[in-house]
Design a protein around this ligand. Structure first.
Ligand code: AMP
Length: 417
């Protein structure tokens, strides 16, 4: 019989790796809390149309990476490839704009894209993201970019580069699109197959392409910042000075367009420069999407957001000291005491201690071996006399130091923070 394995590009997290994930998640939750973000949890599955309409048809995600299926032949559904569209759908559906002129949301969860798996690129991967609805920026844009930098620093990730750009608003895209097409058309035959196909429909995608022949041509492409409308130019200048005020390091990168269609004005990406991922790995992408809410049928509302790839952070963040998952491990001298040991374990758990007992039996020696392996710093030894007197022997495994304590004093003696 063939062995059952997880789906390619979809990974398990085993208990010994979970502590590092918890650190990523709890640091994020703690920081968003300080800024007043509230959590939104949306379904993993949405109508396919939501992603086609928001992310855009001529994008890698919609063209080839979505997990799409027919729900009993009735409706086309898709596993969410990102969080922004789902959050916007929920924001519109629950008429949040009518109740709160500005709302700050965050999410944390798995996303699905059928990409070619590689280190740091998976088919199920985790994103933590924030969205702010109702504030046209640019101060909030600066604050969000700064937030990402602070989060990464809190995880010990210092070696990063923040790239910012503006895609403008109003007619900027159309004007730039024309200028870009004019530049790209004479090079059409030198472009990659994907870029040739998309050239007329979505020439901005060529700037985003990973194909080396496309990148070489993109080098000399016209600069979008030369095509900004007046208001967007001012928006971008104010964004940069707000970043300066915050002391957030950044570099303006006019070639940054990013792979989703919905962005307007502010666009940013944070790249990691070291660690296991190698140079220039995208850790976080974000930007403003002032038209998306209206395009999805909601009230015209400016919005901005970002998503951070947690799997990638795991590859660049500093090692986390493994913490013991238990405080105490019960060792029982006689078979008849096992029921009593269960009750003691329960009393200690009720008092907040993390306690386990292995009541399969076995000699004291083998029980101590289990205690050693368990990660608990203390063995809690229960013999006939201790059981009669309502005590246990608390033995610190690292030093061998041992003292007898009444049950109601044990939890306080073994709990570490
Ligand atoms: P995006 O939603 O494409 O803007 O991506 C935002 C961030 O999510 C990226 O900067 C990556 O850190 C992460 N990410 C995107 N796709 C993947 C993937 N297939 N595997 C792991 N992380 C990903």
């Amino acid at each position: 019989m063939s062995k059952l394995r997880s789906v390619k590009g979809m990974n398990d997290v085993l208990p010994e790796d979970a502590a590092r994930w918890h650190r990523l998640e709890s640091t994020f939750r703690e920081l968003v809390g300080r800024y007043g973000f509230g959590e939104v949890r949306t379904p993993l599955v949405e109508p396919t149309d939501l992603f086609v309409r928001s992310i855009g048809e001529a994008t890698d995600i919609v063209e080839k990476e979505m997990y799409t299926f027919e729900d009993k032949g009735e409706k086309s559904l898709t596993l969410r490839p990102e969080g922004t569209a789902s959050a916007a759908r929920a924001w519109i559906q629950h008429s949040v704009g009518g109740k709160h002129p500005v709302s700050k949301w965050f999410y944390l969860g798995p996303m699905y894209r059928r990409e070619r798996p590689a280190k740091g690129r998976y088919r199920q991967f985790w994103q933590a993201g924030c969205e702010i609805y109702g504030d046209p920026g640019p101060y909030v844009d600066a604050e969000l970019i700064d937030f990402v930098v602070r989060y990464l620093r809190a995880l010990g990730i210092q070696d990063i580069e923040v790239l910012v750009n503006s895609l403008g608003a109003g007619g900027t895209r159309d004007r730039y699109r024309d200028a870009l097409l004019e530049y790209l058309r004479p090079h059409a035959s030198e472009l990659s197959e994907d870029s040739q196909r998309r050239l007329e429909r979505n020439p901005l995608r060529v700037l985003d392409s990973k194909a080396p022949q496309d990148q070489a041509i993109a080098e000399n492409a016209p600069d979008i910042l030369d095509h900004l409308d007046e208001e967007s130019r001012e928006h971008f200048e104010t964004l940069k000075s707000a970043l300066d005020d915050l002391g957030t390091p950044y570099r303006v990168e006019p070639r940054l367009v990013r792979g989703l269609d919905y962005y307007t004005r502010t666009l940013f990406e944070v790249r990691g420069r070291g660690g296991d991922l190698g140079a220039n790995a995208a850790l976080c992408g974000g930007g403003r999407y002032d038209n998306m809410i209206a395009e999805l049928g909601g009230p015209a509302t400016p919005a901005i957001g970002f998503a951070i790839g947690l799997d990638r952070l795991l590859l660049v963040m500093a090692e986390t000291e493994p913490k013991p998952t238990l405080d105490g491990f019960l060792v029982v001298q006689a078979k008849e005491l096992r029921g009593k040991a269960l009750a003691i374990a329960q009393t200690l758990r009720d008092a907040g201690a993390r306690v386990d007992a292995d009541l399969r039996g076995g000699s004291m020696k083998s029980q101590f071996r289990r205690a050693d392996k368990s990660s608990a710093p203390f063995a809690l030894i229960l013999g006939e006399r201790e059981a009669a007197e309502g005590t246990v022997q608390v033995k610190e495994l690292a030093t061998g130091e041992q003292r007898e304590l009444p049950i109601d004093q044990v939890a306080a003696a073994i709990i570490r923070d």
